[in-house]
Design a protein around this ligand. Structure first.
Ligand code: AMP
Length: 397
């Protein structure tokens, strides 16, 4: 990797600004999934073990009004972080000013504080989200070095990542960011072959650039999930009331032409007449679909076909579920793909963030997959081949 990492810095006695992505789901004041906090622990432990003074910050949700502040406070997150670290985390309930500055000057080597949601600054002219130059400069002035470990935000140029990095000499990647770049960047730029990409999820329109980029890079592109039906329609099939984007049919035709021999589509399906969690009425090829029916999952023959392709792979990248995995009766396809990835012995398997990452974790495959990304939008943009501004702004090796 061409960017400096936290290992390249001397941290003892330094005020270390650490941008993490603690944008975790919170319901009734309780964190329902702390994976992003857990994933940041190695970087934070390393900084503290080296004698750094960690100043940690993150965004949490969107802050549009004063009233949003109560439900978007990072206090509860700092408490969870304290539990996970087994160490006091001083929480500073502001994003700037003397209270924060005094707390930072009181920090000793190996101590950590966390300040309030960076998006509180959005109340005053979207300063954080619009990368206000004064704000980035101010935050940069609070530390000696900057460690960015927030992969989930790396596709955005905000004051708390790009703004700080542009105003501080040493801006480096934390271990999580390094891992994301190594696996996703490595797969896209320099994959071990055969390289199989698996794409699913609801819409073609969300993933056009990903499909286009991976059609160029991968040896095979498997398409499942809701987006498959626009492709099947483009091939002339009746797809009933399955998910469909009429304005993407021409694009699907072009992609099928361009990806001849490379694109693999499902061959059987789980049909139903209502978008409800009841057993499929029948399973079969698309030509079996009856009037008023839709398909909410791929069928067993498709799974066999996909598994055969996956079996040969040395690199697999997967983004997007194969069916409506939120319902018990339509998760077989998504679980089947998890299983096919888990069965690979000598391959790098990567699951892009968002729904497929949540599914792989929910179905118990976390330890059997090489890398599950913590970034939904960021991993998609990375797979599209885009430069992520949060990464580009870091110091080169
Ligand atoms: P995405 O965010 O684009 O990855 O899409 C994920 C969503 O696609 C999930 O909520 C799935 O329920 C949905 N999905 C996958 N397959 C289908 C399908 N056959 N019909 C309707 N929705 C689907």
């Amino acid at each position: 990797m061409a960017k400096k990492t936290v290992r390249d810095l001397k941290l003892k006695g330094k005020k270390v600004l650490v941008r993490v992505d603690f944008n975790v789901p919170i319901q009734n004041g309780n964190i329902t999934d702390d994976n992003r906090i857990v994933q940041a622990i190695p970087t934070l432990k390393y900084i503290l073990d080296q004698g750094g003074r960690a100043i940690v910050f993150s965004h949490l949700g969107r802050v549009k009004t004063e009233e949003d502040k109560a439900s978007k406070s990072l206090k509860v997150v700092s408490e969870r972080l304290e539990e996970l670290l087994g160490k006091e985390v001083k929480f500073v309930p502001v994003t700037r000013g003397s209270e924060l500055e005094v707390a930072i000057s009181n920090l000793k080597d190996g101590e950590i504080l966390m300040f309030e949601n960076t998006r509180f600054e959005d109340l005053d002219g979207n300063k954080e989200s619009k990368n206000n130059p004064e704000l980035g400069k101010y935050w940069a002035s609070l530390g000696d070095v900057f460690v960015n470990d927030a992969f989930g935000t790396a596709h955005r140029a905000h004051a708390s990542n790009v703004g700080i990095a542009s105003n501080i000499k040493d801006s480096v990647a934390g271990f999580l960011l390094e891992k994301e770049i190594k696996f996703i960047g490595g797969a896209v730029d320099n994959p071990k072959r055969p390289f199989v990409a698996i794409l699913g999820g609801a819409k073609v329109s969300d993933k056009i650039s990903v499909i286009e980029n991976l059609l160029e890079k991968a040896d095979k592109v498997i398409i499942g999930g809701g987006m498959a039906y626009t492709f099947l329609n483009a091939q002339g099939y009746d797809i009933g009331t399955s998910l469909f984007e009429a304005d993407k049919v021409e694009l699907a035709k072009n992609l099928l032409e361009k990806g001849k021999g490379k694109i693999i589509l499902p061959v059987d399906f789980a049909f139903t007449d209502k978008f409800e969690d009841k057993a499929p009425t029948h399973v079969g090829p698309i030509t079996d679909i009856k009037e008023g029916e839709m398909s909410l999952d791929i069928g067993p023959k498709t799974l066999e076909l996909f598994a055969k392709e996956i079996k040969n792979a040395k690199t697999v990248v997967w983004n997007g579920p194969m069916g409506v995995f939120e319902m018990d009766n339509y998760r077989k396809g998504t679980i089947g793909v998890c299983e096919a990835l888990a069965n690979l012995k000598d391959a790098i398997t990567i699951v892009g963030g968002g729904d497929s990452a949540a599914a792989a974790i929910q179905f118990g495959y976390e330890d059997k997959i090489t890398h599950i990304s913590t970034g939904g939008g960021a991993s998609l943009e990375y797979l599209e081949g885009k430069v992520l501004p949060g990464v580009a702004a870091l110091s080169d090796k």
